[in-house]
Design a protein around this ligand. Structure first.
Ligand code: NAP
Length: 283
């Protein structure tokens, strides 16, 4: 680092476990860019000052993570249409003092899905399990890119209804009740089943949001969870012969898209994946 180093980083609370600094700094080094990425633990009451510091310190931009993705929108000069639709920002770009908010979570998921599975979105009847922040990002991006139709199942019905309404602006969208009977039917009818709930995440690795016997071998089963790399849901799906799409690709590509917004250069996604896999193997 020197006086010319361009600063980027992460605002979250806490940020101790984040793999983003290693992933981005390795990518900057690989491309010979004089950029650095640091993680900042920003208390919610200090978010406004932290955003102001992006301008004051001439930072190129930051990623924003839990719990700031929604609150940060109040402090920006402009927000990209997809991020507005999602209702959350995970990447800020500083264009000569003007702070613009983007969401790369949803587009990162779609890029990973298309690259890793080769599916045609227009043919996919999608079932989203969950209706939290990640479901909103993934759901909106899939809907904007034109999935055939979408269903949302969530333990709390009101959140599923709210998300289905947003998705319905782009594609036919419906709600599924979180009961065995309704879930079994919806799983049986879907081409692409996406777990966006936290069910199955470490330490609860023996849990799955749905039963193995509901799955069809010709379905594609996707899980946003990347720790563990292969959740019980994905293992169940593989056992019955279905194709699977693990969550790590979404994490890599949300980072790759942020990298591209800041640097204007294609991100070295394979290197970024290698770094993150190494970190996960150490944990
Ligand atoms: P969130 O906003 O807190 O949403 C959590 C979701 O999980 C809600 O729909 C919640 O349902 C549901 N849920 C939690 N416990 C449940 C249970 N026991 N049974 C049924 N449903 C349950 O969290 P988020 O930010 O969306 O994250 C969700 C998951 O996505 C996490 O595992 C996270 O690691 C993963 N994720 C991955 C990436 C990536 O880059 N791969 C990025 C973001 C998130 P209720 O609404 O009923 O509470």
């Amino acid at each position: 680092m020197n006086q010319q180093t361009v600063l980027t980083g992460l605002f979250g609370f806490p940020v101790g476990q984040s793999m983003s600094p290693d992933m981005h700094n390795a990518a900057f080094r690989q491309l010979g860019l004089n950029f650095a990425y640091l993680a900042f633990a920003v208390e919610p009451s200090r978010l406004r000052s932290a955003v102001e510091a992006i301008r004051a310190l001439s930072m190129r931009g930051v990623n924003v993570t839990i719990p700031h993705k929604v609150a940060v929108m109040d402090y920006l000069d402009d927000i990209d249409g997809e991020a507005l639709d999602i209702g959350a920002v995970n990447t800020i770009v500083n264009e000569d003092g003007k702070l613009i908010g983007y969401n790369t979570d949803g587009p990162g998921y779609v890029r990973s899905l298309l690259e890793e599975t080769g599916v045609t979105l227009a043919e996919q009847r999608v079932l989203l399990l969950g209706a939290g922040g990640a479901a909103r990002a993934v759901g909106v991006s899939l809907a904007r890119k034109g999935a055939k139709n979408m269903k949302v199942a969530n333990r709390s019905l009101d959140k599923a209804e709210n998300l289905a309404q947003v998705l319905g602006k782009h594609v036919p969208a419906d709600v599924v009740e979180w009961s065995d009977e309704s879930l079994a039917r919806a799983v049986g009818e879907a081409d692409l089943i996406i777990n966006t709930t936290s069910v199955g995440m470490v330490p609860n690795v023996d849990e799955s949001p749905i039963r193995k016997e509901w799955l069809r071998p010709d379905a594609l089963v996707s899980d946003l969870i990347y720790n563990p790399r292969y959740t019980k849901l994905l293992k169940d799906a593989e056992q019955i012969g279905a194709n699977v799409h693990p969550g790590l690709g979404m994490f890599i590509h949300q980072g790759a898209l942020a990298f591209e917004l800041w640097t204007g250069q294609k991100a070295p996604a394979s290197l970024m994946r290698e770094i993150v896999e190494q970190k996960l193997n150490q944990s």
